[in-house]
Design a protein around this ligand. Sequence first.
Ligand code: PLP
Length: 406
Amino acid sequence: MSALDELRPATRLVHAGQPDCSNGTAPVNIPVVRTSTVRFRDCEEMDAIHHRRDGGETISAYGRHGTETHRALEEALCTLEGGHRALLCPSGLGAISLSFLALTHSGAHVLASDNVYQPIKRIDAALLRKMGVEVSFFSASKDRVQDHLRPNTTLIYSESPGSSLYEMADLQVLGAEAARRGIALVVDNTWASGYLFNPLASGATVSILANTKYISGHSDLMQGAVVLGDPALAKTFDAAYDAMGFCVGADDAYLALRGLRTLGVRMERHGDNALKVAEHLRRLPRVRRVYCPALPDHPGHELWKRDFRGTNGLISVEFDDFEWARITAVADHLSLFSIGASWGGYESLALPTHGDKLASQSSWSGAAGVLRLHIGLEDPQDLIDDLVRAIDLAANLPIPIGAAIS
Ligand SMILES: *Cc1c(COP(=O)(O)O)cnc(C)c1O
């Protein structure tokens, strides 16, 4: 714990990982140090550095281990999340795969909530099953976790709020159960990105961040991070990281740290804008429901209020009796929202999400789908006007709408 850890999140974001001034002067931002080879003064120094690395010190003996640019970002992420170690990964999904690799073995079982980021189901088929690791899913809002744990469960994996519908899990309950059994609780904290919530303080052992999203904040890089709450896990994670040959470019580490400096103000504006848009949309006659944990009628709203400091830019809209083609028509008629995956950049995005993709989530209503919106930093009134116009246009299209209807 440094003095910085005692300060509030917005202050930590500005000062974490800042270059040291004790030699007299320092720049504001960490320099971008790019290298493949690390050069040593002599062979004795090389041996000494390797020895320190083997002892668990985060020190670089090769480009894959990163440079001071990477160390500054790692330090900032640890300060942000209240963690002991951060490992930078080539993507958020890479960070998830790394934690599965580090925390399982052949014959192990992973228990994951059914609302997790969809590609995790691909990790299961492409990697875990081949390694002899079994994955099963449970409902974070409806099931008792105890009923789904097995003697060979080595980790509980959760994401709260969950993807697309923002279903809430009681992470304190999951953390207590994981601690009682001596197993890991891994929480994907991309939704809060360390600013709105810190899972390590609520009993998680590992926090996963897709830096691709709010941390970098400008839709210009792919990156993930694993932040460890328990120093005893470092050795296992280092070994898995090394085996995968993971590394991150210095320019991307620099960009992520630059993004992180303004995470607080961006997140607060995203959240304010999203709430304004949500409040307007939920009163429209064509809208059946707006999914957002900050709305009082959201099923997990009380848990969200207990654990989270605010909301982000994500909302999902369910329309009254809109077929799939009408949902996609809304997206097609928007002019300020781009259509695309991901979120967390400064810009607004719309992504129709088919009901088939939501069917595995126990909180899904069974409608044709939702329109997931990422509310950007534009003026919210312009976004509302754009949405109202597109929804009206889509609602009034003649049936059937082209050939795309399903
Ligand atoms: C986007 C996302 C990821 C994956 O991050 P990438 O950098 O795109 O691989 C993981 N978890 C959640 C919750 C996400 O939204």
